[in-house]
Structure formats: structure tokens, C-alpha cells
Design a protein around this ligand. Structure first.
Ligand code: ASP
Length: 642
């Protein structure tokens, strides 16, 4: 090769390298495109929205960091919202008057050079580009993996991750060790029911999931660890409540040796202040105000309270306070004594004598401290009884017999006898704190995969039945097999029952073999076909509505369209019915109001003395007066059956 050629080759190769290396930004997150004007970038994400302007097609491409407008050609026509794509394109500034100040990348757009569809999507059962608040929660949780695509949900989870990171940083700085404690364990009293797990090695025996790591963390203190923390999952089988996470929750579990009440309170207060400052979240009052239990009751009528003014609430300021000096014991309905907060707590030092002598019980104050924020109890803890006598005395006051104490707490009493250091701890609830910070209305908005309020796991269908051979292996036989239907189905039924009970409407419930058509239903109910209320999910101009006609009739669609000025009316597909109502076709009850969709009744339904319908289940029917059904569901009534 002569010299000229060599030079030429080197030049070309270098230009190529320069181009590859500097101009193409590989796998860039969307929020970063604003700094890459004039460069070719490679982006990955989802089609958030699409606007087809014939020759050019605009999409907003979304990844976890944001969205950006992409301008594409005819090949973009094939895209649907939520397709997963790769796009190579040139980042261009937008002319001043086209700048979209509402989004982070509003000053630029991408001129697409290459498009690859990495995965085509089916139609989504729920929209994911809204905030999601208006979608039925059961449905959101069933499709949580889609629900999490909402920027709001990503933001909450990112905040949660940062929050826990900052907590760890603070505690490591203070020389704490992060230590895990067992999940399969023995029952420990925190005032709720245990979840229990059968043992296969020892049939007839059970583990309990921990209501908290309380005993283990105290045993770590006996073990000389001195400073422990854990981001701990706790399990409590409490009755589902809409404002709680059912089943499991996460707490920052802390325990320290050689401390007094104020040391623990100061540590946690210092942590909250540092973490909140780093997250730019304003706190109303520092240091946190401290109220005794009796002051709090006098002043607020409760031991949790909201110190914020309306204006501070609007600004989402966090108002912390401590509550201390709770009574240790309270009377049981049977006239005995039980603990108010935690049986492992020590009394305040001045009451130790009373505790040991079991005197003056109603007046003994505990070392318990509760942390309150924005009206919620967000954590609690105490200094513990570190002598065997103190702990034993608590259980004796509670009326436990010697052998019962030994059986349940013998290990603790024994451990405290081997030189246990004085110790105490606390456990702030992570989920609740994050709910307060985000201003979300439900704790489930800050948990990735929470259970539904009726106790079903997100996406998967636990609790579920177990095959007979597995039960046999565990030595378990189930007394009444109960219902094997999903909780989703149950919950629609429950919702109907609750609504009718609330409105004091009379109804009859029938259980029968599963039926899937109006004809089958009428025959198992032994009624005329026309008395059945057939609830149809239809799409009126693409929006779901419910139309209810008698079992022997059909919807006169042209009359319906004319009456209600609807252009397009079609039956919803089975999976759409499921999405809207949470139940299968054939089990849909005429309660459009429960599914928050427009509801239309043919007049003949209301005129019937009695109507029958499947109550959210193929094997459950309800009968009631036609007029009462109208009262319960408030439909638009017209004449459109044929
Ligand atoms: N074990 C307590 C709880 O989970 C907290 C504590 O006292 O540390 O509520």
C-alpha cells in the first residue's frame, strides 16, 4: 500500500470512530436528552401517546425519567400506546414558541432516524398515563405491574428507596449494624393475630410470622450487639381496614444498649430531621414538641393528633410530636389487666417498685414513647425490662400462670438473667411516614405490591387453596373448605351486601350451582326468565356503560343510540367486562354504580315486583323488589328492550 492510501485509511477510520464515539449517545435516559442537542441518541422506552398527522407521526416516548416528543415518519403509524420501542434520532431544539414548559424535555424533540418495535402490546386493561386515582383499586392491584408505569407510582417508589437509603446512611454514621432476624418464628405478642405457617417436619406444629422483631432485637442486645437496626417486614393478621396495609408492613426496627428514653428519642428525632432536610421536606417544629399522654388527651382528645393549620396542610408540612408517659396497663373486659403498648417495656424508674410488688397497677407509667406525625402514630418504642424479675412481673400482672410464662417467654426471662444490658428501642413505620410525606390518601400508594383491602395479594391470587396431598403431608385437614372463588369475586358480592345493608334494603340470597346464562339462572332459581336482570357491559362511544334488561329481552341498540345520542354502541369483550367489573361474564350484577360506570335500566326491570340477578358470582343470586334495586343503584330508566 502506498503512503497516500495509508493516510487516507487512517483518516476515514478516525472519522468513523469519532462519529460512533461522540455523536451517538447509547441508551440514554430520556431526561438527559435536553443536554444533547445536535447529537444522535439511542433511546428505549414505551410509547406514551401517539398523534398521527398523516405524513408525520408524533409520539411521546416514556421511560422512568420522563417523556420526550419524537417526530417519526410513516413507519410510526404502526405504533400503539405502550408498545416498547428503540429509537435512534437526532436531538433538536424546538423553536421558542413550540417549547412545552410543562415537561422537563419540552425544549427539545427527537427527529427519528431509526425505529425498532421491541414488543408490541395488547390493549391495556387500565390506562397508565393518568394518575390512576379514579380506577377501582382492586383492578389497579390486579394489574399492578401496569399500574406502576404511572409516573406518580414511580416517583413514590423512588422516594421510598431514597428515604431508606438516607436512613441507612444516618444509622451507619452512628455505628449501627444492620442485622436480619428470622421470619419463620414463634408467636410474639404485639396485640394482633399471627399468621401461622405449618411445619412439615413436625406435623401439627406451626411457625408464626413475626408481628415485629421485638424479642430477637432484645436478644441481640443480650448478645452484645449494642446498636442494631433493620428495615423489617412485620406481619399482623388484623381485620382489613381501608387506611391500613393489610397483612404486612415495613418498619425501621431499632434497638440500643445502655440508653435511656431520651437517648432513643434524640437519635430518631435527629434522624428524621436529617433525612427530611436532605429530601427538602419541611418540618413544622424542631425540636419535636413532647406531650404526656394525659396532656394529649386533654388537649386533643386522643393520643395522635394533627398539629398543622389548614395552610400548613396545604403546603404538606410535616408536624411531628412525641407522646410519653402512657399508663402501662389497662383493664380487660373481664376485669384483669393487659398492657397498653408493649409487654417488654420497663416502667418509668419511679414505678419499678410498684411493678415488682404488683401494686398501684393502674397508675404505673411505662417508658413507652410514641412518635406522631400529621395525625398518625408513625412509630413507638420503649426502654425494656432488662431484668428477669421485671419482665416476669408484667406477665404475672396480666394473669399468666407460671408455666404459661415459662412456656411462652421462658427464653426471654432466661436470657435476661445472663447479664442483659439495659436497652431500649423504637420502630418507626416506613409506609405510614411515606404516606404522610407524599400526601397520598392510602398507604398502598407507597408500597409496590400491597395486598388489596380485602386481603388478596396484588396480581397473584393468594390466599389460595392447597392440594389435598400437600395438606396431608402437613398433617392438616381443612374443616370447611370455604369458598374457592377469588377475593375479587367475593368482594363485589361483599360490596353489594354492604350497600344493601347500609340502605336497609331487604333482599334474599340464594346459593346454587354455577350458572352462566340467563336461561340456566332462571332454571336453577325456578323463576321465569323475564324476572332475571341481565346486566350487559357495552361500550358507548368507546366508554364502558352498563345496560340492564330482563332475561328474556335484548337491547334495542338503535333505539338506545337514538334515545341517548350515542354514535357507536358495541358489546364489551369478555376481558373488558372483567376489567371493568372485576367479575366474569355471567356473574355481573346490575350495579353499574359499584363499578362507577353509567347505568341504564329498562323500565320493565323496575316494574317487576321481584327481580333476580347473579351477585358477582356464578353461584350466588340475590332477589329483591324491582323498586328497591332502583333505589340501590340509581340508574337512568328508559324503554329500550325488544
Ligand atoms: N415492637 C414494637 C412494635 O413493633 C416497637 C418497639 O417497641 O420497638 O410496635
Amino acid at each position: 500500500m502506498n503512503c497516500h492510501y495509508t493516510f487516507y485509511f487512517i483518516l476515514v477510520n478516525n472519522i468513523k470512530k469519532l462519529y460512533d464515539y461522540e455523536v451517538i449517545m447509547k441508551n440514554l435516559s430520556i431526561e438527559k436528552v435536553v443536554d444533547k442537542v445536535g447529537q444522535v441518541v439511542e433511546l428505549y422506552g414505551w410509547v406514551d401517546t401517539k398523534r398521527d398527522h398523516k405524513k408525520i407521526v408524533f409520539i411521546d416516548l416514556r421511560d422512568r425519567t420522563g417523556t420526550v416528543q419524537v417526530v417519526g415518519g410513516e413507519d410510526f403509524k404502526a405504533l400503539s400506546e405502550e408498545d416498547v420501542v428503540y429509537i435512534k434520532g437526532l436531538v433538536k431544539s424546538r423553536p421558542d414558541k413550540m417549547i412545552n414548559a410543562k415537561i422537563k424535555t419540552g425544549s427539545v424533540e427527537i427527529e427519528a432516524k431509526e425505529l425498532k418495535i421491541l414488543n408490541k402490546t395488547k390493549t391495556l386493561p387500565i390506562p397508565v398515563n393518568s394518575d390512576g386515582h379514579d380506577i377501582d383499586e382492586e383492578v389497579r392491584l390486579k394489574y399492578r405491574y401496569l399500574d406502576l408505569r404511572r409516573p406518580r407510582m414511580y416517583k413514590n417508589l423512588a422516594l421510598r428507596s431514597k428515604f431508606i437509603d438516607l436512613i441507612r446512611q444516618y444509622l451507619f454514621k452512628k455505628e449501627f449494624l444492620e442485622i436480619e432476624t428470622p421470619i419463620l418464628s414463634e408467636t410474639t405478642p404485639e396485640g394482633a393475630r399471627d399468621f401461622i405457617v405449618p411445619s412439615r417436619f413436625q406435623p401439627g406444629k406451626f411457625y408464626a410470622l413475626p408481628q415485629s422483631p421485638q424479642q430477637y432485637k432484645q436478644l441481640l442486645m443480650v448478645g452484645g450487639i449494642e446498636k442494631y437496626f433493620q428495615i423489617a417486614r412485620c406481619f399482623r393478621d388484623e381485620d382489613p381496614r381501608s387506611d391500613r396495609a393489610y397483612g404486612e408492613f415495613t418498619q425501621l426496627d431499632v434497638e440500643m444498649s445502655f440508653v435511656e428514653r431520651e437517648d432513643v428519642m434524640n437519635l430518631i428525632e435527629g434522624m428524621m430531621i436529617e433525612v427530611y432536610e436532605k429530601l427538602n421536606i419541611p418540618i413544622k417544629q424542631k425540636p419535636f414538641p413532647v406531650f404526656t399522654y394525659s396532656e394529649a388527651i386533654k388537649k386533643f382528645g386522643a393520643d395522635k393528633f394533627d398539629l398543622r393549620t389548614a395552610d400548613e396542610k396545604a403546603k404538606n408540612i410535616q408536624a411531628f410530636a412525641w407522646v410519653v408517659d402512657f399508663p402501662f396497663f389497662e383493664k380487660t373486659p373481664e376485669g384483669g389487666w393487659t398492657f397498653t403498648h408493649n409487654p417488654f417495656s420497663a416502667p418509668k424508674p419511679e414505678f419499678m417498685k410498684d411493678l415488682l410488688e404488683k401494686k398501684n397497677i393502674g397508675n404505673i407509667l411505662t417508658t413507652q414513647y410514641d412518635l406522631v406525625c400529621n395525625g398518625f402514630e408513625v412509630g413507638g418504642g420503649s426502654i425494656r425490662n432488662h431484668t428477669p424479675e421485671g419482665l416476669k412481673s408484667v406477665f404475672e400482672i396480666m394473669g399468666l400462670a407460671e408455666d404459661e410464662i415459662n412456656l411462652k417467654f421462658g427464653h426471654m426471662i432466661e436470657a435476661l438473667g445472663y447479664g442483659a444490658p439495659p436497652h431500649g428501642g423504637i420502630a418507626p413505620g416506613i409506609d405510614r411516614l411515606l404516606t404522610c410525606i407524599t400526601g397520598e390518601t392510602s398507604i398502598r400508594e407507597v408500597i409496590a405490591m400491597p395486598m388489596t383491602s380485602s386481603g388478596r395479594t396484588a396480581i397473584m391470587k393468594a390466599p389460595s387453596t392447597v392440594k389435598e396431598d400437600k395438606l396431608k403431608e402437613l398433617g392438616i385437614s381443612v374443616r370447611s373448605s370455604g369458598e374457592t372463588k377469588s377475593v375479587l369475586t367475593e368482594s363485589v358480592f361483599e360490596k353489594i351486601k354492604n350497600l344493601l345493608d347500609q340502605k336497609k334494603i331487604e333482599y334474599k340470597l340464594m346459593e346454587h350451582k354455577a350458572v352462566f346464562t340467563s336461561e340456566d339462572a332462571a332454571s336453577v332459581r325456578k323463576t321465569e326468565l323475564k324476572l332475571g336482570a341481565k346486566a350487559l357491559i357495552m361500550k358507548a362511544d368507546k366508554k364502558p356503560i352498563m345496560i340492564v334488561v330482563p332475561g328474556d329481552k335484548k337491547v334495542d341498540t338503535s333505539l338506545f343510540k337514538k334515545t341517548y345520542q350515542i354514535k357507536d354502541l358495541e358489546m364489551a369483550k369478555p376481558d373488558e367486562v372483567k376489567t371493568v367489573t372485576g367479575v366474569e361474564i355471567g356473574a355481573v350484577p346490575p350495579f353499574g354504580n359499584l363499578f362507577k360506570i353509567p347505568l341504564y335500566f329498562d323500565k320493565t326491570i323496575v316494574d317487576n315486583e321481584t327481580v333476580f340477578f347473579n351477585a358477582g358470582s356464578h353461584s350466588k343470586s340475590i332477589s329483591m323488589k324491582g323498586l328497591d334495586l332502583e333505589k340501590a343503584t340509581k340508574p337512568i330508566v328508559g324503554s329500550f328492550s325488544k
